[in-house]
Structures are given as C-alpha cells and as structure tokens.
Design a protein around this ligand. Structure first.
Ligand SMILES: [Fe+2]
Ligand SMILES: [Fe+2]
Length: 329
C-alpha cells in the first residue's frame, strides 16, 4: 500500500478520494444521492448547522476538481446538484459579504491594496509554529493545510480564460511557478505532498477533510466560490493578492519552526520555496494582476478588496480557532 502510494506520488497520479463523512441531514442526503445516482434529486433538507452545509458545499465543488471514486463524473453538471450548490453558495456569499466593510481609500490602487493587507491585524499561526508549537500541533496544522495545499493554485487557475490581456498574462506567469515551471517535481502541491509523506502523514488529496473544522471548510469553499464564477473575478484575484502578500514572511517563520522541531527537509523545503517565490508573487499579484485588472475594469475595485478581506478574515478565523484549541490564543 505504501509502495503504491509512493509510486502514485512520484508519477503525479492522483490517489483516490471517497466522499467525506456527512455531518448532518443535508450532507447525508446529498452524499447518499450522489452515490446512488441515477435517480431524481431529493428535496434537499435545510442544513442543520454550519459544518453540515460547509461539507456539502465542499463536496459539490470537488465534483469540478478531481471528483470522487464513489461518484459518477457525470454529476458535475447535474441540475439537482447545481441547484443545491447555488443555494449553499448564496448563503456563503451572504456570510462573507456581511463581514466586509469597504476601505476608505482605494487610490493609488497598488499602494492602497498593499496598505489594506498590511493593516489587517490577525492571529498568526506561523509565529506560533516558529517559537512555541509542539510536534502534534504542527501535524494538526499540516493535516488541515493539506486540504488546500494539495490543490494549490487550482481555484485561481479557473480565472485564466476570464481575464483581459494584461492580467491574464501576469496570472499565467504566476501560475507557471505554482505549477512547477514545467517540472512535475516542482509543482507546489507536489512539494507539499512530498513534505506530508516525509512527516509520516497521508499525502493523498483530500485525506483529512473529515478532520476539517468549519473555518477550514469555509476557507476552501470561498476560494472555489470566487474561482468558479466569472462575476467574482475581482474577488478571486484580490484573494490571490492577499494570499501571496501574506506568505513570504510567514513561510520563513514556518520553515524556522519546522527546523526547530526537527521536521523533514522535504516539509521545510515547501516553506523555504515560498519565502522567495511569494516575495515575487506578491508584486505580481497586487500590481501586474489586480492592478491591470482594475485598469481594464475599474468597476471591479471593490470586489478586489472584498476578495482580499475574505482571504485575511478567513485565515484569521482559522488561526483563532486552532490557537484557542491549543490554548495558545
Ligand atoms: Fe505556492
Ligand atoms: Fe505563490
């Protein structure tokens, strides 16, 4: 089994993923329907709680990424599933919009966006890992980070075909790095997978979704929401800008913390790769991607800030949740 998993990793072949565990009546009903299709879509129950809705939406989105071994690939565009996805997306959008307050200044654009991102004062998981985290806390964090890092950049790649010339060229330049610049062994998601294996963790895509708390599911769902809808292109790129502009220094802290604890060089290497890469990417994302987008489409300025806010706010909520759980808030 271990050999097969390694072989799959080395060849870049995605290992299998099954539907996650349901967390309430809605996800129970959706997952059962997905497994038993064809059949008519049931009358979907209202979600009993946030996690129930979030895991249902996460699974509905995954049909557009790599799918599940226990679900027919044809269900990606099934109207009954899309209808539920749309209902859950509206609820998510409402929650995200309710938390956002537009900034007072958006001119000049790139400086205003850098200032806005720098001015967001949130909890820092990287600072905790650098100085105080235990091995177990780091492993907890890696399992949860894997839900995004094992498909790193995929939600943003949806955007390429939807952009005007200048931001499209800049986004592809950034994505070229994220996807390994032509070398499968340099793909950032693959670097993370190798780090997971070296740390004794499972590296299959989606392996730890059942452990993800609400905040982590929402963090992943927000990226898919923005990435899959052309109307949210401003938010998708604003999210990317905030992500890249808050990565370089925290990645250095993560690498130092992992070295302090004696984690494998493969895992440390994923973070050291991001120290330099994201110092470049933040300039690309803020100036050449978002800057060029709002020059071509000035009405999208507020969406860019909304996307940036959502990235920072959700990361703050994830960090707050974990630090509280660890007694380190
Ligand atoms: Fe990356
Ligand atoms: Fe990056």
């Amino acid at each position: 089994m271990q050999l097969a998993r390694n072989a799959a990793l080395l060849q870049g072949v995605p290992a299998c993923m099954l539907l996650p565990k349901p967390r309430g009546p809605l996800s129970q009903s959706l997952f059962q329907a997905l497994r038993e299709w064809p059949g008519s879509a049931p009358a979907w129950p209202r979600a009993a709680d946030g996690e129930d809705a979030a895991v249902a939406l996460w699974a509905a989105y995954e049909l557009s990424y790599r799918g599940f071994d226990d679900v027919d690939d044809g269900l990606e565009w099934e109207p009954g599933v899309l209808e539920l996805r749309q209902r859950l997306e509206r609820d998510l959008e409402g929650r995200l919009r309710d938390r956002y307050r537009p900034p007072e200044t958006t001119e000049p654009f790139a400086e205003a966006l850098f200032d806005y991102i720098a001015g967001h004062d949130g909890h820092s998981l990287a600072a905790h890992v650098q100085r105080n985290a235990t091995d177990e806390q780091v492993l907890d964090l890696m399992r949860l980070r894997s839900i995004y890092h094992l498909k790193e950049a995929d939600p943003t790649a949806w955007m390429v075909s939807r952009l005007p010339v200048a931001p499209k060229a800049a986004l592809v330049e950034l994505l070229y790095d994220e996807y390994g610049a032509g070398d499968p062994n340099r793909l950032h998601s693959h670097l993370f997978a190798k780090g997971m294996e070296a740390a004794g963790l499972r590296a299959e895509y989606g392996a730890y979704v059942d452990e993800a708390p609400l905040e982590v599911l929402e963090q992943n769902n927000a990226m898919s929401l923005f990435g899959l809808h052309r109307r949210w292109r401003g938010a998708a790129l604003g999210h990317l800008a905030a992500f890249e502009a808050t990565s370089s220094l925290p990645s250095r802290r993560m690498a130092q913390g992992l070295e302090r604890l004696g984690f494998a060089p493969e895992l440390v290497g994923y973070y050291t790769e991001h120290v330099e890469a994201d110092a470049v990417h933040e300039q690309l994302a803020v100036r050449s991607i978002c800057g060029a987008l709002v020059e071509a489409e000035p009405t999208l300025v507020d969406d860019v800030f909304f996307g940036a806010f959502t990235c920072l706010d959700l990361e703050d909520r994830v960090a707050g949740r974990l630090l509280t759980q660890w007694g380190a808030a």
